[in-house]
Ligand binder design. Structure first.
Ligand SMILES: NC(=O)c1ccc[n+]([C@@H]2O[C@H](COP(=O)([O-])OP(=O)(O)OC[C@H]3O[C@@H](n4cnc5c(N)ncnc54)[C@H](OP(=O)(O)O)[C@@H]3O)[C@@H](O)[C@H]2O)c1
Length: 271
């Protein structure tokens, strides 16, 4: 039986992915900090791991446990992440560093820990959950977007590096998905920059986020991740979920200035 490790599995996309991979016949290890939030997964026969992707020993122990119990890891889904929002002037650099620890260095450390086992097996698949935010940008989102742009470039380099060993690397670019992500992002935004010089922009961007009511269910992304894990020749990138394809298309065909105008127009419209 193929074995998958999914991070950020206590909620949203990661939780749905653990369920869908389990249904597809994988032995699934679901990892996150809030183990009690994964009791429902455990009840379905999914193995649960307490893991904090900012703590090295937590990741080392988690991967050790998977390999000791299951003997292999076929698929790593690097999904844990959150949105640190606020004006660059206002976000403390310690928070910016933490954002990178979770969204980039945690993902990278798990790649380091898992790839030797995949190399030994001569096969494996690493699925990195980026975002359409790995291609586009918003005001007051500099740190979040920096991490996702980093995930995009990191994944491209890694894909070439691991190709000779039969390991493929796939990037997932969700659009708007109904999860805890939006609430956490808006809370960060308001807490960090809600009261000062950027209050007007905060109001406008909150309006854009309020469109998340129209977002897609996490299963939409979970299904794409299963496809990416199973495909004999996967695409390098899969974009899915509310707005993903049209927004990425607009970014591809518009100049920077034209895309700026489009985004600022949307902020004014939804304010
Ligand atoms: N929702 C969207 O619209 C959207 C769009 C594009 C991309 N994404 C990306 O999709 C991924 C999943 O997000 P989601 O939308 O499913 O959000 P979510 O519902 O907030 O889930 C985030 C998951 O990440 C985990 N996590 C956060 N910090 C962690 C840490 N230090 N160590 C381990 N796990 C941690 C959380 O678990 P614990 O708190 O229990 O650890 C939780 O399970 C993220 O990378 C996000 O950036 C989301």
């Amino acid at each position: 039986m193929k074995v998958a490790l999914v991070t950020g599995a206590s909620s949203g996309i990661g939780e749905a992915t653990a369920v869908e991979l389990h249904k597809a016949g994988y032995t699934v290890y679901a990892a996150a900090r809030r183990v009690q939030r994964m009791e429902g997964l455990a009840a379905q026969g999914i193995r649960v791991l307490e893991m904090d992707v900012t703590r090295d020993e937590s990741m080392v122990e988690g991967v050790k446990q998977v390999v000791a119990e299951a003997g292999r890891i076929d698929v790593l889904v690097n999904n844990a992440g959150y949105g640190s929002y606020g004006a660059v002037e206002d976000v403390p650099l310690d928070e910016a560093r933490y954002q990178f620890e979770v969204n980039v260095f945690g993902l990278a450390r798990l790649v380091q820990l898992v790839s030797p086992h995949m190399r030994e097996a001569g096969r494996g698949r690493i699925v990195n959950v980026s975002s359409i935010g790995g291609r586009i940008y918003e005001p007051l989102g500099a740190w979040y977007h920096s991490t996702k742009f980093a995930v995009e470039g990191f994944s491209d380099s890694l894909r070439l590096e691991l190709k000779p060993f039969g390991i493929d690397v796939v990037v997932i670019q969700p659009g708007g998905i109904k999860t805890e992500w939006g609430g956490i992002a808006v809370e960060n935004l308001r807490k960090t920059s809600g009261g000062g010089a950027y209050a007007g922009q905060v109001r406008q961007l909150s309006g854009v986020f309020s469109q998340m009511g129209r977002a897609s269910e996490p299963k939409v992304i979970a299904d794409v991740i299963v496809k990416a894990a199973e495909a004999r020749r996967p695409r390098t990138r899969y974009a899915a979920g509310f707005g993903a394809r049209p927004i990425l298309f607009a970014r591809r065909v518009l100049s920077d200035r034209a895309f700026d105008a489009l985004f600022l127009g949307a902020m004014r419209r939804f304010a």
